[in-house]
Design a protein around this ligand. Sequence first.
Ligand code: B12
Ligand code: SF4
Length: 433
Amino acid sequence: MKVILLKCHKKTIFSYFEPVVTEPLELEYLQGVLDDINIPSLIHDSLFIKKSYKDYIKEFNPHIVYLTGYVTATEIIINRAKWIKRNFPHIKIIVGGVYAQINYEDFLCDPIDYIVNSSSLLSFKSLILNIGENKRLNNMDGVIFKKNNEWIINKSLKIGSWEDYMPNREFFYRYKNRTKYLNYENMALLKASHSCPFSCNFCYCKLLNGGHYVTRSNDSIIDEIKSIHSDYVWIVDDTFLVDKNKVMDFCDRLEKSNINKKFIAYSRADFISSNPNTIKRLSSLGFVDFIVGMEAVSTSELDSYNKSLTINENIRTIEILNNYNINLTALFIVNHNYTIKDFKTLRNFIRKYNLKTYTLSIFTPMKGTEIYKEYKDLMDKVSFKKFDFLNLLIKPTHLCKFRFLWEFYKTYVLQLFYSSKYIKFLFNRLRGN
Ligand code: B12
Ligand code: SF4
């Protein structure tokens, strides 16, 4: 039996500049599972591979094709499944990943055979073994399948504790020279938890793994970091700094291990603002960039997102990261109720605190989140590809659409004038590097 693991992408305005290019770590994990049961597999990710997935399928002749992608790639996944079934009816098609895990109904269609609504790698392993042995599936938590042309919807399987699979990094090593996060190049990803223990109402990430927050031991994190050959490691946990004791223990172990790498991670502003000494230590151990969901520039707006943060914590975070020479990537949400004054206030904040790297997302209720129900009727006809945080899905309350988008992009473009890092990045892109 052979498997192709296929990552589907929908290009956005920013994909043309490719500010961030990363390995498809989730596929490398699945490949790790397949290696374990001696099943040959190939990864296809169009970010790295020019040859079409169709040629890959024709040449490799797999029995199973696994398709994944984020919300924006939903239509692409379904179209690829249709093409595969039309041309190779014997191939079994599995769909999974973070979008399908919660929104599996979007994939209940003819060409797809199985949908995995779980993050447990064990569900993937059992499914593959079952297909291999041609067994009829009955109840299998975490797997949705067809029986007598009826869909059997099993409940999602939550991970209770960290599963000890390791990703197969061959794909990464082949293409690592192309990986980057802005100017940081040669960058691996690392995952150390599932879900998030906080309750911001717009957030999709906290819903993953059934909302159950699961972490991994510091020992196993350090072992994986040691095993990766790359200059940078981006820890992609939704928030890496949660438990102060665990973070201090991580620092102790990192210090002892003599690892000489640079790190990027996500953190909440409340951790950074209340633990300056820990941040100082992380800086000395190679943390060069923290990505922080600042979201808004007033406490009342932060409250409206149930962010449990104050604007003072955001400001203190900026100061601390500055003091310890760590770059801040600030993430902001631009709400559809913004007035011109709100945009100006946001720009003034960015300028006042000299923020050099930030992203703006247009408020986008993701399918599956609490706020989606509230806004659903306003968005029913919106195509999946527009859920990229750059499209205006809800009619602005105070501005016409054009003016809103003008203000939005104006605020985005501002950083080009203030950030030497961005200018260097754009210059490199224009030179074709
Ligand atoms: C890093 C990251 C990126 C990277 C790419 C990372 C990558 N792997 O390719 C970059 C910055 C490029 C990126 C871009 C985008 N991203 Co992004 N990204 C993330 C982030 C922070 C981590 C993803 C990651 O790599 N995790 C590491 C992997 C290993 O973890 P994992 O996918 O959970 O997989 C584990 C398990 O789930 C399980 N598993 C995985 N797959 C499968 C399959 C089966 C069958 C089974 C059983 C188990 C299983 O095994 C793994 C090991 O435990 C997530 C947040 C999150 N919580 O997921 C957002 C996230 C995935 N991104 C999101 C979005 C929307 C986007 C964009 C569309 C945003 C945009 N503005 O354009 C683009 C799309 C880019 C594209 N062309 O596809 C959303 C997706 C929401 C959704 N409903 O689909 C998320 C959840 C963030 C959010 N705001 O909600 N992203
Ligand atoms: S926005 Fe960040 S802190 Fe809030 S729930 Fe989501 S991942 Fe957690």
